[in-house]
Design a protein around this ligand. Structure first.
Ligand code: SF4
Length: 517
């Protein structure tokens, strides 16, 4: 192609190829040099974007109009790509960064957060979930042609079934697939994929399943692409974790990465501000008024059977610690309940008291264990028969959940709304609806991501708005010392000093952003 007149500057960097499309699998790490301040600002902005995604995911149905509009706005404000039809180097129609610059920021910031979020299982789980949701929103915004281009570019070649096979299976495909009629079956491709690659579609009964394969209409191929993205990201995080010792030896990066990884949930509810403010006599009534369903169910099971299995003891024990039970109270609480059942006092002291002291960081490696977040409860350690832990919105049979809600006097219309949300796999949103119904409020003013947050918000509503929010720990900020230690060259030391100067401001900004999360 020839251009006449003034020659445009052609960007020849290999990265340009990466930014040809608004969406990518982040297969290649960025190779360019960048300043520390840009490194920090990119990371902080992506974290804000991911936190917004998390909050929107528990306040709105994913991909609903409101969800997309709010995510468009946040992407625009933070200078991330949000228009799939934008041309990478088109600067005519916009002020601010070009599309190329936005895509570059998207790419680099993703890799920075990989470094911060590969460190523990919890962090990895949170990061993958938000990145997958971001990917879903962006993939959904692509035109059909762009989707096909994306699949080709990334070598995602799924087998389509032949016209004959389609005709043979027509009735089954129409009856089993979501939004597919007899006319559209002829017009669209169906992909034959092993069922384990499309568990979401199988779980929600949106596809035809035969002999270990599912038949997915083109419009639902996003489920497969997301599965692929999730698997790649999970492997990439495991690999990144191996390079951490090298990264941590860099005194400029370590404090920032630590701070970023600490900011993901705002509060971890392990710092006990209310220790001793709750008496054991109050727990029964609090469980009815202010416990989320998961904890109410555990409390009820403990009172009924005077025992909980390990998963239940961990989930409930850490929650109680988070709401303010001291170690002495916890020991008394569990002991008095267990000895009403088959465990005598001696056995309790030998077999169970250690575990409770462990939970409070008084035994073993003396770690201060953190109460479980909703995501952890929902995604890990699935309950089996005889267990009472887990999230009832995710792990209970819908009929059982309905009975439980009826028993707890939730209105029939409220139960229908909750079950509808559960059907769409919006478990935290269903829990938030339960909160609204049981607290007689129109709309909760928070996005639920933690059972202890539920408790605090409930106490706030019942206490007439009195804030019982806890203090958030001060992050490590040892970066100030880095330039003074003399282990870097003069230029690096100067860069580190500059970065250190900017870091408090930037991280304060981050703190305030997450304060109300
Ligand atoms: Fe508990 Fe969270 Fe499930 Fe609610 S959504 S029941 S707080 S795990």
């Amino acid at each position: 192609m020839q251009f006449s007149g003034r020659r445009r500057k052609v960007i020849t960097s290999p990265q340009v190829e990466l930014y040809g499309q608004a969406l990518q699998f982040y297969g290649q790490p960025p190779l360019e040099n960048m300043s520390l301040s840009e490194f920090e600002s990119f990371a902080v902005d992506r974290l804000k974007l991911l936190k917004t995604i998390e909050n929107l995911g528990v306040s709105y149905v994913k991909l609903s109009d409101d969800y997309k509009r709010k995510l468009d706005n946040e992407s625009r404000n933070l200078n991330f790509p949000y228009r799939p039809d934008a041309v990478p180097d088109d600067r005519k129609s916009q002020v601010g960064p070009s599309e190329y610059e936005k895509r570059r920021k998207d790419h680099i910031s993703h890799f920075i957060l990989r470094l911060a979020y590969c460190q523990t299982e919890d962090l990895r789980r949170w990061f993958i979930q938000q990145e997958v949701d971001l990917f879903r929103y962006r993939f959904n915004g692509l035109q059909p042609k762009q989707k096909v281009e994306f699949l080709h570019k990334n070598n995602l070649q799924y087998d389509t079934i032949s016209v004959e096979e389609k005709k043979t299976l027509q009735d089954k495909l129409v009856n089993s697939s979501h939004n597919v009629s007899g006319i559209t079956v002829e017009d669209q491709d169906f992909y034959k994929v092993p069922f384990q690659d499309a568990l979401d579609l199988v779980r929600t009964r949106k596809v035809y399943l035969k002999a270990g394969y599912v038949y997915i209409p083109h419009q639902d191929i996003v489920a497969i692409v997301l599965n692929d993205f999730r698997t790649r990201l999970s492997k990439a995080l495991a690999l990144t974790a191996r390079s951490l010792p090298a990264v941590h030896s860099d005194e400029r990066l370590q404090p920032l990465l630590n701070h970023l990884s600490h900011a993901y949930v705002g509060q971890d509810y392990s710092i006990q501000k209310n220790v001793g403010k709750i008496s054991l006599e109050q727990i029964d009534s609090l469980s009815v008024k202010s416990f989320p369903l998961c904890m109410r169910q555990l409390h009820q099971a403990l009172r009924d059977s005077h025992h909980l299995r390990h998963g239940g003891r961990m989930q409930y024990g850490l929650f109680l610690k988070g709401i303010g039970l001291s170690l002495e109270q916890a020991l008394q609480f569990w002991r008095s309940e267990f000895i009403r059942g088959k465990v005598d006092a001696d056995k309790f002291d030998k077999a169970y008291a250690y575990g409770i002291r462990h939970m409070f960081g008084k035994e073993g490696k003396r770690a201060d264990y953190t109460p479980y977040s909703c995501m952890k409860v929902i995604l890990s350690n699935l309950p089996s028969q005889g267990d009472h832990h887990g999230c009832p919105f995710r792990h209970s049979d819908p009929e059982l959940l309905k009975q439980k809600l009826q028993f707890y006097k939730v209105s029939p219309s409220g139960i229908s709304q909750i079950l509808e949300l559960v059907k769409g796999m919006h478990y935290q949103l269903a829990c938030q609806k339960y909160f609204e119904l049981t607290h007689s409020i129109e709309e909760a003013s928070f996005s639920l991501n933690h059972p202890n947050q539920y408790f605090i918000e409930s106490q706030r509503v019942l206490g007439g708005g009195k804030d019982i929010k806890r203090e958030v720990g001060t992050p490590q900020r040892s970066q100030e010392n880095s330039a003074a230690r003399g282990s870097t060259t003069d230029r690096e030391a100067a860069a580190a000093a500059n970065a250190a100067k900017d870091l408090p401001e930037m991280t304060e900004d981050l703190d305030s952003f997450f304060q109300d999360a």
